[in-house]
Design a binder for this molecule. Structure first.
Ligand code: 2BA
Length: 107
């Protein structure tokens, strides 16, 4: 068994989880915050048999969209930080980790 950890945009999380459920996959949704933008995102935990991992990744991919976001930038001057032109970053579709599960029990 594998555990898929998928970080998705908050706006895509509903469509991703609905379509996982529709296709018979259980998921747990955690509210998380990205370390760089400090914006809310959603982390999904999905336990799945190894042969179904690609199917889950394909579903996540289909319903996760990449977005461009402007980030306020600061530059350090001798007297402190000064705002400069905001920079554009591309966020997502989804960031996915697949890890081995040593043991899985439903008690
Ligand atoms: P954030 O950390 O808020 O990052 C949002 C976006 O900002 C990233 O999109 C990337 O385009 C950019 N970014 C992140 N760190 C950067 C840096 N040091 N310099 C320049 N730009 C940077 P994504 O790569 O699509 O990541 C979306 C979210 O997925 C991240 O939100 C974070 O919550 C998670 N994530 C991404 N890579 C990760 C990793 N290696 N480990 C854990 N979480 C990760």
């Amino acid at each position: 068994m594998k555990l898929i950890i998928a970080i998705v945009n908050h706006d895509d999380a509903g469509a991703v989880t609905q379509n996982l459920t529709k296709n018979g996959f259980s998921s747990t949704r955690l509210s998380t915050t990205g370390g760089f933008l400090l914006a809310g995102n959603v982390t999904l935990l999905i336990g799945v048999e190894e042969e179904k991992v690609q199917q889950v990744i394909d579903l996540i991919h289909r319903f996760s969209h990449s977005r461009k976001q402007m980030v306020p930038a600061l530059t350090e001057m001798s007297y402190g930080f000064m705002p400069v032109m905001p920079v554009e970053v591309t966020v997502g579709g989804a960031t996915v980790f697949v890890v081995d599960v040593e043991r899985f029990e439903r008690l």
